[in-house]
Design a protein. Structure first.
Lengths: 140, 140
DNA sequence: TTCATTTGGTTACTTTTTGTAACTTACTCT
DNA sequence: AGAGTAAGTTACAAAAAGTAACCAAATGAA
């Protein structure tokens, strides 16, 4: 791959290499764990599920469905499975009738929700700019 | 909506309210700018496009396509449009033949790429854990 | 002159992913 | 006997994404 130094001035290139050089989003997905892992963790439904489980330490399926407004049973169930497989959340089923299932963040999930919260705060702060821009763009 | 204090012990609830209370991911999408804006900005292709434009300050369509490995013309073109509409990137076309088009981050996009870089570093650090977990889960 | 090449897309068509809504299981309560 | 309940699953429809061919308009080569 061509380096940034070939396209930009050298001073800037050094800074960019320091910021980006060690991060591995630069490979095809099958060779790139970052892309692979991120595509699950930054999915829009995954984000909401994890945020809600950060807010309410324990949630059952139907509560999650209520809070993650708009999600379908099917997708919620799918996402919960992959989030569990990836280690963000845990699932505990109690063999009562009707069955009771509790979802919560793992310790690992807790570290992720902190990152997500930062991202979400950024979105909260900046969404007015984005909406204003979108509006303006629509008129052009 | 029910508050966290009704479900959890009060000490923890205060902390959670402080962290989450002011953030607005709790509404249906049509009422929730955060969900709306985030669904564009945290899309897997959007993330890669923005990261690459953080790394190479100027990129043309076909370079982007090469670097954002696996993206199709169609989706690249769509994403560039919405990212431009939302104010993250700018598009400048030079009426040469064949046409030359330059994409770069806006100042606003620059502030976002910094957030994304943090997220990406987290993914880089933690992807081994996720992959290991996934492996283990597969056996169960 | 005719033909291939170039960039930044678009278009038509196929495949995959999502959304919708009805259904299931197994036990309890009326 | 029939209704209700929690946590899903299933079949079918709709939307999104992937694929690959195509386009314009000029340049350079044959």
């Amino acid at each position: 791959m061509e380096t940034v130094a070939e396209n930009q001035n050298v001073r800037n290139a050094k800074k960019l290499e320091k910021m980006f050089g060690h991060i591995d989003f630069k490979h095809p997905p099958e060779l790139c764990p970052v892309r692979d892992v991120m595509s699950v963790a930054s999915d829009q439904w995954s984000i909401l599920i994890i945020l809600w489980l950060g807010y309410f330490p324990v949630l059952r399926f139907n509560k999650l469905k209520k809070y993650v407004y708009g999600i379908s049973n099917k997708v919620l169930s799918q996402r919960l499975k992959v989030l569990e497989a990836d280690g963000y959340i845990s699932r505990k089923a109690y063999p009562e009738v009707p069955i009771r299932v509790e979802y919560r963040l793992t310790d690992f999930g807790q570290t992720y929700v902190e990152k997500l919260l930062e991202l979400t705060e950024w979105m909260q702060t900046n969404s007015p700019k984005v909406l204003a821009n979108r509006e303006k763009y629509g008129l052009i």
